[in-house]
Design a protein around this ligand. Structure first.
Ligand SMILES: NC(=O)c1ccc[n+]([C@@H]2O[C@H](COP(=O)([O-])OP(=O)(O)OC[C@H]3O[C@@H](n4cnc5c(N)ncnc54)[C@H](OP(=O)(O)O)[C@@H]3O)[C@@H](O)[C@H]2O)c1
Length: 331
């Protein structure tokens, strides 16, 4: 079968398209014939060799952790999944998705009803993350407004669409005019370029000095505490990555001094749901229904053939993606 693989960790140039052996499913595994493949940050982490839990190693290591397709065969111990079903694989293994076929343990496979457009399955997780951020993780605030940084990406797009659907006001920022135009086209009410404008000035001006209820922070780093300056009373900063590293230790002091504003900080990973299948199923159902009904329409930046996986990673590393980038398996 065809696959996009790496022989060593590194940049996009390490990815090449080649023939490898088609996998055979083990007793608890599902064999999926892939149709669409999602490209995302975890693939960058895997490809560059900084993934802490990757069990497989190059050479001929298949890139990718998210793909969608049709079940071709199941192992003898698999229950509830049958050949012909449409499914999405979010391989907790971190690899194996950029290929015509993937065989993974059943626990990594989600069945999608026939009426769900398969093309929307990669990237669907972003909508579950967005739902969780807005409805479960951000609880305890007034929840009327949010600010999301780097909002043109996959998660940002999903957060904006979900928030607007739920009647939450959206302040969003990005690093270029093109990305800001894209965010505006999604309907965000206040949009600014975070390279050119000061977040505090824009947000305090837009909210008439009240501040914003919820801040979704994927940077943290040294500027972390400055965000309290535009957080509303009872507001919360939700950390969902720390691309700029940890805050300085003395920033705890700033947090304590926020007590007269009852400010909160919460750190979130979607892995909170790993041992909460019922709660996860509820979120999944709500998000599936919203997409099936057309209330939410996922946005694609590009749909490239699998043979162009390297180009997809060049675009990702260049921070050019707006919405979701997917690959499709050629017939
Ligand atoms: N906690 C969780 O469970 C969870 C789940 C899924 C994703 N995430 C995290 O959510 C974030 C967004 O995911 P995504 O798939 O939407 O990512 P993405 O599309 O690659 O990035 C989103 C935006 O973040 C900014 N950005 C990206 N890399 C950056 C860097 N190294 N330094 C500074 N800014 C950077 C860029 O915006 P500008 O160009 O506009 O600055 C980019 O458009 C990622 O950090 C991801 O790891 C967390």
């Amino acid at each position: 079968m065809k696959a996009a693989v790496i022989d060593r960790f590194g940049g996009p140039e390490e990815i090449y398209y080649t023939d490898i052996e088609k996998p055979v499913p083990g007793p608890d595994e599902v064999l999926v014939r892939n149709v669409y493949i999602g490209v995302g940050k975890p693939d960058y982490i895997m490809r560059s060799g900084i993934c802490p839990f990757l069990e497989a190693k190059p050479p001929k290591l298949v890139v990718g952790n998210e793909c969608a397709g049709i079940v071709e065969a199941v192992g003898s111990d698999v229950k509830g999944i049958e050949p012909g079903m449409q499914v999405c694989v979010n391989s907790g293994l971190g690899y194996g998705a950029y290929a015509e076929y993937i065989a993974v343990p059943q626990k990594f496979v989600t069945v999608f009803p026939d009426e769900f457009p398969l093309k929307y399955a990669p990237g669907f997780l972003n909508y579950m993350v967005a739902y969780a951020l807005l409805n479960e993780i951000g609880r305890g605030t007034d929840g009327k407004s949010i600010y999301i940084y780097g909002a043109a990406g996959g998660v940002g797009t999903a957060v904006i669409q979900t928030a607007l659907l739920q009647g939450i006001e959206v302040i969003a920022s990005a690093s270029s005019q093109e990305k800001c135009d894209y965010i505006k086209s999604l309907g965000a009410q206040c949009v600014f370029n975070h390279k050119e404008q000061d977040a505090k000035e824009v947000i305090m001006d837009y909210t008439r000095g009240r501040g914003v209820d919820l801040i979704f922070d994927q940077l943290v780093g040294r500027r972390f505490a400055s965000q309290f300056e535009y957080l509303a009373d009872f507001g919360m900063i939700v950390i969902y990555n720390w691309l700029d590293g940890s805050p300085e230790l003395d920033q705890l002091d700033t947090i304590i001094k926020q007590s007269s504003h009852a400010s909160a900080v919460r750190s979130f990973s979607f892995h909170i749901y790993d041992d909460k299948p019922e709660r996860l199923a509820k979120i999944r159902k709500i998000c599936m229904d919203r997409i099936i009904s057309g209330e939410i329409k996922p946005h694609f930046y590009m749909d490239l053939p699998l043979s162009e996986a390297r180009k997809a990673h060049e675009l990702m590393d260049g921070l050019q993606i707006m919405g979701k980038l997917i690959l499709h398996v050629e017939e």
